[in-house]
Write a protein that binds this ligand. Structure first.
Ligand code: SAH
Length: 389
């Protein structure tokens, strides 16, 4: 995600680091395996759904509190599994009720997930990979490449953890009592992990799961044409956002290196096919990098590229990333982009910033958490007397 600024007070409610996980998270245990595990204990297959419903719908965070399960079974489950496979490495919240979590996965990797609450919506922004392999030059997530795809369970778990931060008894019309929307705009390239993502979104969409319909789910992609076609073929009503960032192949390849292999034509053709198949209007994201892709000439080229398409453009002023040599655009240049696109009949918005103070752009908080952890480890090595027991 891409929100920031530095005005509101910031609460860090990170608790002391828990020990590393040795057990698997229950959401990652395949149905057949869990059924077999239950059968060995003389338990009916319907327990699988009961257990999942407890986590997904009832907000259970321990097996002990799953009161519709027999007590010995709860104890057995707790011996064999964890409810969550991740632990919260950092939890930052802002005064506008935005929450940002850095989650530590069972294998030590870290990801970011964000909850944005506004106007009765509660939107979860989730990651799909540890790191990212796309290498967009302005983005913090890909600075160290990709480590691996997240499992479907790890994606669902982000949603559940964020949902658990909403207030189930909310009477405030601005604050939803559950998750209402999902944007797959955290770390990673969602379409590079499409199968696991679709599995996770199926759980999110299930009425016994999180009950979030496809029309409330946005998948953001760097633009992988073959996978965009595959997504269209599912016929699901997901909202597709394509990270365009430049109106010509020459400039786009400088900003988004994967463009070298794909090219704008194939991406736009795949986006058109998605629209034809699903009837869902595609959003084009355009990170505005001061002096690089925000000249009046770029605005005209972009308008020309999208003219005639039923497209929407989201302009995202670049969020600073420590150590990267780009700059935020000037207001006047953003305005020229807006005016030029509108004159060409293209709908355009500048992305609102939420969560202000807790950000730094996507992937940055994880980098900081990693640096701090490395620092802590180095400190511990320097003081061996404190680590030996
Ligand atoms: N891999 C997917 C999801 C990435 S995150 C994709 O490329 O779409 C979602 C959006 O945030 C993308 O459009 C991405 O380009 C943008 N983004 C990443 N880092 C940013 C930054 N520092 N400032 C502004 N937008 C950024």
């Amino acid at each position: 995600m891409t929100a920031m600024s530095a005005t509101l007070p910031l609460i860090d409610s990170t608790s002391a680091a828990a020990p590393a996980r040795t057990k698997r998270g229950i959401l990652d245990v395949p149905t057949a395996e869990l059924r077999a595990w239950l059968a060995e204990r003389g338990q009916a297959p319907m327990r699988v759904n009961q257990i999942r419903r407890q986590v997904l719908a009832n907000r259970a965070v321990t097996f002990e509190e799953m009161s519709d399960l027999p007590k010995p079974l709860r104890a057995d489950l707790a011996d064999s599994f964890d409810v969550f496979s991740t632990r919260v490495e950092r939890h930052l919240s802002a005064s506008d009720d935005t929450h940002k979590l850095v989650l530590r996965l069972a294998d030590g990797g870290m990801i970011e997930s964000v909850l944005i609450q506004d106007e009765g919506r509660a939107t979860a922004c989730v990651s799909t990979q540890i790191g990212c392999g796309m290498g967009c030059v302005f983005c913090a997530s890909g600075l160290n490449g990709v480590v691996r795809n997240l499992t479907a369970g790890e994606i669902v778990e982000q949603l559940v953890r964020l949902r658990n931060l909403t207030d189930p008894n909310s009477t405030n019309p601005d604050r939803a009592s559950r998750l209402t929307h999902i944007v797959v705009m955290g770390m990673g390239e969602p379409l590079a992990n499409l199968d696991n993502l679709l599995e996770a979104l199926a759980v999110a969409g299930d009425k016994n799961g999180l009950g979030i319909g496809a029309r409330h789910i946005t998948i953001s992609t760097v633009g992988l044409p073959a996978k965009m076609h595959k997504l269209a073929e599912t016929g699901k009503q997901y909202h597709l956002a394509v990270s365009l960032h430049a109106p010509t192949d020459e400039l786009r390849t400088r900003i988004v290196p994967t463009n070298d292999k794909t090219g704008l034509d194939a991406i736009l053709a795949a986006a058109d096919a998605f629209f034809e198949k699903t009837g869902r209007q595609v959003t084009y994201e355009y990170v505005v990098l001061g002096g690089l892709n925000d000249h009046p000439g770029h605005a005209k080229q972009l308008a020309g590229l999208l003219a005639g398409r039923k497209a929407h453009v989201n302009l995202i002023p670049w969020n600073d990333v420590d150590g990267l040599p780009y700059r935020r655009p000037q207001d006047g240049d953003i305005q020229t982009l807006i005016d030029t696109l509108r004159r060409a009949g293209i709908s355009v918005k500048v992305r609102k910033r939420k969560g202000s103070e807790i950000d730094a752009a996507c992937g940055q908080l994880r980098r900081r958490a990693e640096t701090e952890t490395n620092h802590r480890d180095t400190e511990a090595q320097r003081r061996p007397e404190k680590t030996s027991s």
